[in-house]
Design a protein around this ligand. Structure first.
Ligand code: NAP
Length: 201
């Protein structure tokens, strides 16, 4: 598979999507020669959330708006349209079926990957794809490497994108407290959030 064509799955809740996500996806696309990056907003996140996640339709709409101008970015409703919890393994299987012969890369945050041992069918996951773990500057990669068994670490590549400190949590907090999110998300996403009154409280 080393010389196989590559396809990326950008998995996340995207509540909301921001420039950090877009920069990471494009950096992964370039570094790994991915033909397409498929953004897959999580439908019903299977893991516990400490806040009420916005509707999948809002998160999908923002993702479509944010990715529209990139020729190699596409968005998928597969997790939203699938009944039950959004398990990554089901998504990876669907993408493998849609792109036979491709090496699949699942791109997400390193903090999410750090919990991979709790994911559904995690032992099978690592034989189906490679993982690209995106980190923010200052992230302790060694801690993550020691935390996971070697056969998982072998399937993970780490991608540090310098200067990207934006997080969805911070964006939600900024909106709830009336602060600006200008230049942190695409302008059309900012308008969508305002128009729909998202993250106000
Ligand atoms: P999360 O726990 O909300 O996020 C953890 C960290 O990763 C946050 O700092 C987050 O920053 C960052 N992050 C999330 N997605 C990212 C991305 N695509 N690129 C860069 N950074 C990202 O994680 P989540 O969004 O809910 O889940 C991430 C992915 O893992 C989803 O596709 C989810 O379905 C999958 N997952 C699957 C299972 C399972 O199959 N059982 C369990 C857990 C997670 P931001 O908040 O700024 O995005």
């Amino acid at each position: 598979m080393e010389n196989a064509r590559g396809i990326g799955i950008m998995g996340g809740t995207f509540d909301p999507i921001h420039y950090g996500h877009l920069i990471i996806a494009d950096e992964a696309r370039q570094q790994f020669g991915l033909e397409k990056v498929v953004f897959v907003p999580a439908g019903q996140p299977p893991h516990k959330k400490e806040y009420k996640v916005s509707s999948a339709e809002h998160r999908y709409a923002m993702t479509v708006i944010a990715t529209a101008s990139h020729p190699d970015f596409i968005c998928s409703r597969i997790e939203m349209d699938r009944a039950g919890p959004s398990y990554s393994i089901d998504t990876i299987r669907e993408v493998r079926n849609a792109y036979p012969g491709y090496q699949v890369y699942f791109i997400t945050g390193a903090d999410a990957i750090a919990e991979i041992l709790t994911w559904h069918e995690h032992a099978r996951l690592k034989s189906l794809c490679k993982f690209i773990a995106a980190t923010r500057p200052g992230y302790d990669l060694e801690e993550l490497r020691h935390r996971l068994p070697a056969d998982y670490v072998d399937q993970i590549v780490f991608l540090e994108v310098p200067g990207v400190y934006i997080s969805s949590t911070e964006l939600r907090e900024r909106i709830a407290t009336g602060r600006s999110i200008k230049f942190m998300v695409p302008e059309a996403v900012e308008s969508y959030i305002a128009k729909n009154g998202l993250y106000k409280s």
